[in-house]
Design a protein around this ligand. Structure first.
Ligand code: ACO
Length: 372
């Protein structure tokens, strides 16, 4: 059967590929809808743990439920064997590759890894989110020969995550900035990594396989890998003038500028970027330092708008926030994954519940009729 060409959209641009109750990018109303709530309002007013509850349970948790959920996330423990595996990997391996290996290996320590009924998947989710955050928080330390640290019961999830990443005590303002980035990254409809996870889940493969495919997807510089690439670009530039020169030189060579553009928000600002820009400014105000990064980012934003009509995405402003918090650059994309684990799990559970195997067709452009 020949398929009509009108069915073909390269990169599935504009194609509706899933029915979901989780989230929606409403570009007309400029709203990112998460289970009925506006993501920007969640970033401003909610805690990350509340958003995790919302994603998993389809409603905001009560204060008691929120506290119990936070305890399960903080008190989940990572098997020592996972840290042993990470110790044996070459420290030159990209942090996302080390994370991908660890996420895959976690399956071996879950006796119910293969059960995909919604009740066990929802019950397992808080533990998995906690384990993945702890693995991410310890990735660089392990590569540097240090011992991993567990999260401390009684401290919030966000404080534990940040304090373990930077290995020092952190201020409430720092924790809030970090937590807001986690909420911003928690869920965003059907990007490549979420689609990858849903495609794998649609074969009724287990959660660990679906998550592993999402880590692999997120590593790419066109997707989650952009946040670390933005930071390397800012550091290479050094000053607003340096960034202007660097961007102009890259554009002259027809290179992409990391942190700009988005398949869905191509000619408008990613609403999450605007909010993270506010978070960056607030962090700088609280610390009384770091203005250089805000100035550089503004210069880059102005040039890209004037030269290409392109706007920043979330990664552009998450990068300097993480830099000012003192987080190792190689961990920016793993943090994106840890934060997104909640959204990914919601999608995997939904896919398993209302499954239809993904199996699209091709527009064949190769030869025919060849003979041996
Ligand atoms: N720098 C320079 N030019 C760009 C950029 C960019 N960052 N993004 C898009 N363009 C240009 C393209 O060259 C193209 O121009 P042309 O029509 O003259 O050839 C036009 O804008 C349209 O670009 P496409 O590649 O068709 O758009 P697509 O939807 O495939 O790309 C993408 C989206 C991949 C995110 C792109 O904007 C990009 O490469 N950005 C940089 C990487 C990045 O920041 N990724 C993070 C995404 S957000 C996230 O994961 C949280």
């Amino acid at each position: 059967m020949a398929l009509p060409n009108k069915d073909y959209s390269p990169g599935l641009e504009g194609v509706i590929a899933a029915e979901t109750r989780i989230s929606f990018l409403d570009t007309e109303r400029e709203e990112i809808v998460i289970r009925g709530y506006n993501l920007l309002e969640l970033i401003r007013l909610a805690s990350y743990v509340e958003v995790v509850g919302l994603l998993l349970w389809e409603r905001l948790p009560t204060p008691e439920e929120r506290a119990a959920l936070e305890r399960s996330m903080v008190e989940s423990s990572v098997p020592n064997a996972i840290y042993d595996i990470l110790r044996r990997l070459p420290s030159t391996m990209h942090a996302m590759d080390r994370l991908r290996t660890a996420v895959s290996a976690l399956a071996g320590f879950d006796p119910e890894a293969n059960s995909s009924d919604a009740a066990s998947e929802i019950a397992r989710a808080p533990r998995l989110i906690g384990q993945i955050a702890q693995i991410v928080a310890n990735l660089s330390a392990i590569a540097n020969g240090q011992e991993p640290q567990s999260f401390v019961p009684g401290r919030s999830f966000a404080e534990n995550f940040l304090a373990t990443l930077v290995r020092r005590s952190v201020t409430p303002a720092e924790v809030r900035a970090f937590e807001q980035s986690l909420i911003a990254y928690s869920e965003h409809e059907l990007p490549n990594s979420t689609f990858a996870a849903r495609v794998v889940a649609s074969t009724l493969a287990d959660v660990y396989g679906a998550l592993t495919s999402a880590v692999a997807s997120l590593k790419g510089p066109l997707h989650g890998g952009a946040n670390e690439a933005v930071m390397y670009m800012l550091l290479e530039a050094g000053t607003p003038e340096g960034l202007e020169q660097l961007i102009r030189a890259k554009l002259a060579r027809k290179e992409r500028i990391m942190g700009f553009g988005h398949r869905v928000y191509m000619r408008r600002m990613d609403p999450r970027a605007q909010l993270l820009k506010e978070v960056l400014h607030e962090l700088i105000r609280q610390r009384g330092e770091g203005h250089l990064y805000a100035d550089m980012c503004q210069r880059g934003e102005d040039i890209m708008r004037a030269e290409k009509g392109l706007f920043p995405n979330l990664d552009y402003y998450a990068a300097p926030v993480y830099y000012l918090l003192g987080i190792p650059i190689e961990l920016y994309t793993p943090i994106f994954f840890a934060a997104r684990t909640a959204g990914l799990l919601a999608h995997i559970i939904e896919q398993h519940r209302e499954n239809r195997l993904y199996r699209p067709r091709v527009l064949y452009t190769g030869p025919r009729g060849l003979r041996l």
